[in-house]
Design a protein around this ligand. Structure first.
Ligand code: TMP
Ligand code: MG
Length: 275
């Protein structure tokens, strides 16, 4: 924390305002899901599809090539957001086109998720249970694949009615085969009002003026920008990768930065105090 007093003040103010004023806005991949497990990288929702048995060897190679080309750009602290944005559109567009060529069946999604190595961060049950118990809305804003991430939280038995997701959703034809992804395209650096306009759910949240924001990317910082009257916001960031190079920027941007922490203990502790 760069400003522990600010953090304390925000937490106290949120407790005073109470649960009826609170909402949690969270990224999904590498924030609610784990970055590493058993010394290996955990998959993102895209990677779950990429690594699955329904993708041809040629498709797998092309998707991996895209990842190796664009991921270093995504996390490069020396490039501006303006530089990154068109390149992210390029990555998502090319990846979605490749996935749409693979004849992925809607009916296979649950099995693909079951067979994957995905893991949610330790403490996810407590997080979702606490929010559900106190009717606090949990808004998951993800540049990943909505159909996949919804299946992950469904299989984890935490897809409660207070959880709402805005993400990239697959579009299937009448026989249940993936043909394209629905608009608008959400990538790492357009997670803001530009893609939320018109989503009824987001408008409903305007009275929830205490916000806990969870993310792992510099692009996640704008996820709450559409909320018209924010009284108190606490931004908690997981710094997963390129830690030394990115620490300073993360400490400037997030109120709390978590390193080498595959748990949700910090947010659970704060919520236990507030709720
Ligand atoms: P998030 O906003 O839920 O964290 O999801 C975005 C992540 O997905 C981002 O870190 C990059 C990653 N990604 C892949 O792993 N493979 C892909 O093909 C694409 C387009 C994105
Ligand atoms: Mg993420």
């Amino acid at each position: 924390m760069q400003q522990p007093e600010r953090v304390m003040r925000a937490i106290h103010a949120m407790k005073e305002r109470g649960s009826s004023k609170l909402q949690v806005i969270s990224d999904f991949d590498m924030t609610l899901s784990r970055f590493g497990c058993n010394g290996r990288r955990c998959p993102t929702s895209h990677n779950i599809l990429d690594n699955s048995r329904v993708i041809s060897e040629d498709g797998k190679k092309k998707l991996k090539d895209l990842l190796h080309h664009y991921y270093p750009i995504e996390i490069d602290p020396n490039r501006t957001l303006e530089e990154k944005r068109p390149l992210m559109v390029e990555w998502w567009t090319r990846a979605h086109e490749l996935l749409a060529q693979q004849k992925i069946q809607k009916g296979d999604i649950a099995q693909i998720v079951r067979e994957s190595d995905v893991m949610l961060r330790d403490g996810f049950t407590e997080l979702f249970d606490q929010l559900h118990k106190h009717s606090v809305p949990m808004f998951i804003f993800s540049a990943g694949v909505g159909d996949i991430l919804e299946e992950i939280i469904r299989q984890a038995n935490v897809f409660y009615p207070n959880v709402n997701v805005v993400s990239n959703y697959m579009d299937f034809d009448d026989s249940g085969v993936l043909t394209r992804f629905k608009d608008p395209l959400i990538h790492t650096y357009n997670k803001n009002n530009s893609v939320l306009q018109g989503t009824a759910y987001f408008q409903q949240l305007s009275t929830r003026t205490s916000i806990i924001l969870l993310g792992d990317s510099m692009g996640d910082l704008t996820m709450a920008d559409g909320v018209p009257s924010v009284e108190n916001i606490l931004k908690i960031g997981f710094l997963n990768d390129k830690v030394e190079e990115r620490r300073e920027k993360y400490l400037d941007a997030y109120d709390i930065v978590l390193e080498s922490d595959e748990t949700l203990d910090v947010v659970n502790g704060i919520l236990r105090y507030i709720l």
